[in-house]
Design a protein around this ligand. Structure first.
Ligand code: ADP
Ligand code: MG
Length: 485
């Protein structure tokens, strides 16, 4: 991976904690090559602007390294970095004309008038606004102001242009045009663009490389095709494009079961591996009733201009399909999937694991295990198999006393064994929902506690982001693993 020859910017284990103590970026590592068009893509609030501001020099990383051409620039002020930013709000000076807006930075640097004139002419050509020097900012349309903001940034001939949601203020048509123009500008200039957007379509159409983020963490880095076709996890699969997501498991060599049928697939995982299967709507084949491997009934069918979106209800799920045909509501159809249209993501077995410590033993009620967020009363035999109690002491199968005090254990539970409640005291731990995904017949929620631990819960009911909930798991559904003493 160390292809440092054409690496321009490198973030190594960058962490950002704001003064109020909130960690926005946990541990970010990212490499950006010379001349690349890189897009940071993620929902609002996930830390995109914070990353740009660190690269631009407006914010300092709390820890980690920020390298430009191999040198740490963490302490270099913005104006000494060969980097310019086009902000979300254009930040043009409304009382100055186009020329004075563009030359503002050049004047401070003491560039002579003749050079200023030449440079302004050149960048106005670049953004397709030749002859606009004397125009006042207030007479320009949103799209023109956007171009002036870009002209003002590139007039300094930066090595890197940072663009923070630069197109989001434009209407849909203007936005499409500017997307194309930005790409052309990128080619002409030959410099590195780091573009930020929460719009996945924009990211996929414009970029060489997309960095998909959620909540300060990088979820996946790849080309637009990689990210769309081979999403690494459910967040990426759900965030990028439309998808049908199923819970299932491997039942044979390259055989997977989900949605009530068995399918051949191209991925090979051990039998019984629990998986999530991602199927894009354009990859589902609609057959005659009785012919496909899944049977269902058409719930809806809507024309979207180029294709139809059809929703089919089956025994187990509701499946979205995109194709060129229209179907009657209520029509019986079959559905089928080719092996290469099923993308399998093995279940992340490290989720919902929490380390705690045994602090107490009472023969009548068991062991108390204290975790960062919660504590549990656990029947002793669930942690020490085959143990028994004699005279108030905990003994192992051979009758030797067990040294339970201070022992560390890992507790875990499966998402499907947990349920949510809006009564904060009903469960063993409480937190806020910050992300959810619709699965075949339920939702999968991420709940974050106050101490920023995450819990994954499958629940059939629809909750919303930011709902405050508590999580319940029947005691017998917890697994406990003793750490080596
Ligand atoms: P994005 O650009 O992806 O929408 P931001 O980087 O602007 O996200 O913000 C990420 C998180 O950091 C948000 O929760 C935001 O409230 C918080 N944040 C941003 N700037 C500051 C700041 N100066 N002090 C405290 N928190 C901040
Ligand atoms: Mg932002």
């Amino acid at each position: 991976m160390e292809n440092t020859k054409d690496t321009l910017i490198e973030l190594k284990h960058v962490k950002k904690v704001f003064e109020d103590g909130v960690t926005v970026i946990e541990d970010l590592s990212l490499e950006i090559k010379k001349g690349e068009f890189v897009t940071l893509l993620g929902p609002s609030g996930c830390g995109k602007t914070t990353i740009l501001r660190m690269i631009g020099g407006f914010e300092k990383p709390t820890s980690g390294e920020l390298l430009l051409n191999g040198k740490d620039i963490s302490n270099l002020p913005p104006n000494e970095r060969p980097i310019n930013t086009v902000f979300q709000k254009y930040a043009l000076f409304p009382h100055l004309n186009v020329y004075d807006n563009i030359t503002f930075g050049l004047k401070i640097k003491g560039v002579d008038k003749k050079t200023q004139d030449e440079k302004v002419k050149k960048v106005l050509e670049m953004v397709d606004l030749e002859g606009f020097e004397k125009r006042s900012i207030s007479t320009l349309s949103g799209g023109q102001q956007q171009r002036i903001a870009i002209a003002r940034a590139i007039v300094n001939e930066p090595e890197v242009l940072l663009l923070d949601e630069s197109l989001s203020a434009l209407d849909a048509k203007m936005r499409k045009e500017m997307q194309i123009e930005l790409k052309e500008m990128h080619k002409k200039l030959g410099i590195t663009f780091i573009f930020v957007t929460h719009d996945q379509e924009e990211a996929l159409t414009m970029s060489d490389k997309v960095v998909v983020m959620s909540d300060g963490d990088v979820q996946q880095i790849g080309t637009p095709e990689d990210i769309y076709n081979e999403p690494k996890n459910l967040f990426v699969a759900d965030f990028i494009g439309e998808s049908n997501i199923f819970n299932g498991k491997m039942v044979g060599k390259k055989l997977v079961e989900f949605g009530g049928a068995v399918f051949e697939c191209v991925d090979d995982y051990a039998v019984d591996t629990v998986i999530d299967a991602v199927v894009r709507p354009e990859d589902v084949e609609i057959t005659k009733a009785g012919e496909g491997r899944i049977q269902g009934e058409v719930l809806s069918c809507d024309f979207k201009g180029i294709f139809y979106v059809t929703n089919v209800k089956t025994d187990k799920a509701e499946i979205e399909i995109h194709n060129l045909k229209s179907y009657q509501i209520g029509e019986k159809v079959g559905l089928d999937l080719a092996p290469d249209s099923i993308h399998i993501i093995p279940y992340d077995t490290s989720i919902n694991h929490y380390e705690g410590e045994i602090t107490e033993y009472e023969p009548e009620i068991g062991l108390r295990v204290v975790f960062e967020d919660f504590s549990l009363r656990v029947p002793a035999a669930q942690i020490f198999q085959g143990c028994k109690t004699e005279n108030g002491k905990l003994l192992d199968a051979e009758g030797k006393e067990i040294a339970w005090e201070g022992r560390k254990v890992i507790a875990s539970f499966a998402p499907e064994d947990a349920t949510l409640s809006d009564d904060a005291d009903a469960g063993f731990v409480a937190g806020d929902i910050f992300n959810f995904i619709y699965m075949d017949d339920h939702y999968r929620y991420r709940v974050r506690s106050e101490s920023e631990e995450d819990y994954i819960v499958n629940d059939e009911y629809l909750w919303n982001n930011e709902d405050h909930v508590s999580i319940s798991v029947p005691m017998e559904k917890f697994s406990f693993e003793l750490k080596k003493a």
